[in-house]
Each structure stands twice: as C-alpha cells, then as structure tokens.
Design a protein around this ligand. Structure first.
Ligand code: SF4
Length: 480
C-alpha cells in the first residue's frame, strides 16, 4: 500500500474503504460519461487515490471502448474536454483507495480487457483472499498480468469462463465459484451491463433507473446524484444482467450465510445512503442512542467528530436529553495536491482539517462522539484540542466496538499490532487519549443498528471471520 499522497494518512489514523463502483446503460442511446462523472463524485468518499471511466456504444462496433483514468480526485482527473471525448451509452466508473496493489496509474480502474469474445470493462470494490492462488493458476496457463490488483484476476477468470459458456453473465457466475472474499462488481460487455455481489454481500451494490436508463452503484446516494430512482439492492450472491429487455437475475450463487460489513453503516457509507434497505443515518442515530443507554454521563454538550460522528452524537443527544452542539469546523477542501507538512508539524496538520469552536466548548463538560479509534493518535489530538479550547471535561464515546482484528474484505483496518485496542484495556486507552471517560459500542448490540438483522460481518471487532482468514496478512503481498 502506498499512501504517500493521501493527506488523510498523515493527519489522522482513519480507516479507508477500498473503492466505489458505478455502471450505467442508456437504452435510448444517449451518452453516459457525464452521469458516470457525477455518480463517481457522489462516491468520492469511498476512494480518493485514483478514478476512471470506460464507455462504449452498444450500437457501434463490438470491442470499441473509450476510457479515461488517472491519479487523483474525480474533479482533478476529468475535464469537460475529456468527458466530451467519452462517447457511448454504456459505461462503468470507479474510484479507488488501494488496500491491495500499489497506488499507481497501472492499477487504476475500470480495467478494460480485449479478448476473443469482445471487450470487458470491469470495476471492483472489495478484496479477494485467495488472489495469490488464483493468480498462480492463471499465470501457469499463460496469463500475463499488467497490474497488481486482484480485479485483473477477476477479469481474466470471467474472460476464460466466457470461452466455455453461452453468455457473459453465465461466465461471471462461473468465475464467482472460484473467487473467495469480498467483491461487488460492475461489468460492461459490448451489449450488456452486469452487476454482481459476492455471496456474503460484504460490499453494497444497488440498482437505479432514470427513464430508459439503468444504473448500478455502490451506494444509493450516487443514484440520487444522477436523478435515478432506487429500484432495489443487488442481493448477496446475485448476478444481474441488464440489456434492452430489462433486468435479469441469477441467484444460483446465493447462500444462507450473509455477512454485510457492519462498518459501512458506522463509518464508510454516506449518511444519505440506504444500504440493503437500512438508512445509514438512522443506524448512526441508533448507535448514539445505545451509547447514551450504556455509557450515560453528566455533561453540558454532546458533539460529534465530523462527519460520521455527527449523527451518532445526535442520537446520544436524543436519548440523553443533553444538548447537541457543533464543536468542530472541518475543512473539506484538503485534496491530494495539499503540501504535506513536515513530521515536526504534525500537530498543526490536524488543525488544518479540523478546528474547534472555542466559544461553544469553553467552560463546558463535553461528550465527544467519534466513529472509531484505530491507533489513537488522532483521538488524543482532538481531545487535547477540546481541552485547550477550554472544555472542563471530555467524555469520549465511540460508535463502534474496539478494533481488535484486521479486515481482509476490502478495507484497510490494519494488523492487530497497530490497533490500540488489541494491546490495551479500555482504561489504558482512556488514559492515553487524555479523556475523562471512554465508552465503546458493545458488539452484542450491533444488530440494532440494522433493525435486528443478523446477517452482518463484525470480524474486526469480534474475530468471528465469516470466511477463514489467511494465515498470514496477505494484504499488499500480491505485488511482491
Ligand atoms: S472485518 Fe470489519 S471492516 Fe471488514 S468487512 Fe467485516 S465488519 Fe467490515
């Protein structure tokens, strides 16, 4: 993993989602590049290192795909001119943060693969845990890889299976039998748009419709951005094929054990998204309510650390009756081109992104809600900022359970030696971050965030991995 250009990495210890995907098919033949651009813009929070768009004309010659990809944010990579050149009525788009594979231009997506049956454009969110085995098998039968991302292995498998099957959607289903891990895919073939979700459903994917145009997106907020109506979620284990006759579903890969990532609700997804019929905003409100029930404390104000702590803070306020306030102002304009401060300036770099409203917190006992503590460094700085601004007490409440184990399913929750909670008790962490009290959401109450549904993954908190994790931490291994 190479995060040297990611400003978040040195001003905080945030966890990152790997990617966001978007696909669209305009059956009336209108160009779709600008819709993909706006869809990716809405998914920017899922990946800020690189992005790309690939489009094709379903009425044109098979195999003619135009693409534009690059390092940086959506508004840094695309220009009105580059979008204008992307002519085509079917397309896929991707925003990326690397958890497997280096951060460089070769590894940007969508991948476009030319093979005897035509062309595939593919965008992937997730991480495979058997990628090394699959890559070896393919390499020994002649495959040559141009990237170090597992998405290329998926594209190869689909292309291979397509040679033995009657349709590309069947080939996707056959390839899925070999894949182990997390993947939500959008795939463009010359005449079809395909969406697929791994049988555990780790990463979200939904379907939308605008007039005669079908859309696939990681989150429903991206459908809103292009004025598409939410149709439904792609189900865990489902392959959907969209062509001029509408949506066709294949559920033959589905299985009873579902493991949707619970941390999507706590942190990754946008609060205005609905994932698998649950509002992300409501689940954060619920997390705050549970914290107020389990860790009540006398205080004057409840404040959230932006952005994902805000809704949970609101929930805490609703439940406790303690006044909600805005204590932080966030600068959202810190992009990739931001000049990295020297190590000696780290303290001030948190301030560049987040500042305290002194008049709000001065002389007050403050309950501060954040979504997680990873290494503890950022939390300690924010607590200190509140105290320096005059808060008399700072009580920290965390809207997730303690991170104890790494994630292998498409996020960068790091190895346990880097997780403060793996090596310290809650009381020790409280002391390290300088808080007056500290309370985490209980693992036992996570299902309440998603209306009592039990089909979720909480492995980074509980160690109960839905799929046997690799014996060694293989993340980053692929490129070696
Ligand atoms: S291990 Fe944690 S971050 Fe990874 S998929 Fe499971 S709940 Fe999500």
């Amino acid at each position: 993993m190479n995060n040297s250009n990611n400003v978040d990495n040195y001003i905080s210890d945030e966890i990152h989602e790997e990617c966001g995907v978007f696909g669209i098919y305009d059956l009336d033949g209108n160009d779709v590049a600008s819709s993909i651009y706006y869809g990716l813009f809405a998914l920017q929070h899922r990946g800020q290192e690189s992005c790309g768009i690939a489009v094709s004309d379903t009425n044109g010659p098979k195999g003619s795909v135009k693409s534009c990809k690059g390092m940086g944010l959506v508004n840094e990579v695309f220009t009105p001119e580059s979008l204008e050149e992307l002519k085509g009525n079917i397309g896929v788009g991707h925003v990326r943060y690397s958890t497997a594979g280096a951060s460089n231009r070769e590894n940007t997506q969508p991948l476009v693969l030319n093979y005897v049956k035509g062309t595939l454009g593919l965008a992937h969110n997730g991480n495979l845990i058997n990628v090394l085995e699959l890559k070896d098998q393919l390499a020994y039968t002649g495959a040559i890889f141009q990237t170090t991302i597992d998405s290329e292995v998926i594209a190869y498998l689909i292309a291979r299976e397509r040679l033995q099957t009657g349709s590309v959607e069947e080939a996707v289903g056959k390839a899925m039998l070999k894949l182990k891990g997390a993947y939500s895919l959008v795939i463009m073939s010359p005449r079809k748009l395909i969406g697929a979700r791994d049988p555990f459903g780790f990463r979200p994917l939904c379907i939308g419709k605008r007039d005669n145009t079908y859309v696939l997106a990681s989150e429903s907020s991206a459908l809103d951005a292009v004025d598409a109506e939410f149709v439904r979620d792609v189900l865990p284990g489902e392959v959907v094929m969209i062509n001029k006759d509408g949506i066709h579903s294949d559920m033959s890969m589905a299985q009873p054990k579902i493991s949707k990532c619970i941390f999507e609700y706590i942190y990754f997804a946008r609060p205005d998204s609905c994932l698998d019929t649950v509002s992300v905003y409501n689940s954060r409100i619920m997390a705050g309510r549970i914290l107020a029930q389990t860790y009540p404390v006398e205080a004057d104000l409840v404040v959230g650390v932006p952005d994902s702590g805000n809704a949970a803070a609101m929930g805490y306020s609703f439940e406790s009756g303690i006044q909600y306030a805005t204590a932080f102002v966030k600068n959202s304009y810190v992009g990739r081109t931001f000049i990295k401060p020297k190590q000696s300036m780290r303290e001030s770099s948190v301030r560049i992104k987040l500042n305290v409203l002194k008049d709000v917190v001065k002389g007050k006992r403050v309950i501060m809600i954040d979504d997680s503590i990873v290494r503890g460094t950022t939390c300690e700085r924010i607590v200190r900022m509140l105290k320096n601004a005059g808060a008399t007490e700072v009580h920290v409440r965390i809207s997730s359970p303690p991170f104890l184990y790494p994630c292998y399913f498409g996020t960068d929750v790091p190895s346990d030696d880097q997780l403060i909670a793996h090596n310290n008790t809650v009381e020790q962490i409280r002391d390290m971050i300088g808080a007056d009290s500290l309370g985490y959401l209980s693992v036992d109450r996570l299902s309440e965030l998603i209306k009592g549904d039990t089909g979720y993954c909480d492995a980074c908190f509980s160690g109960n991995y839905p799929i046997e994790p690799p014996k060694d931490d293989i993340r980053g291994e692929y490129e070696r």
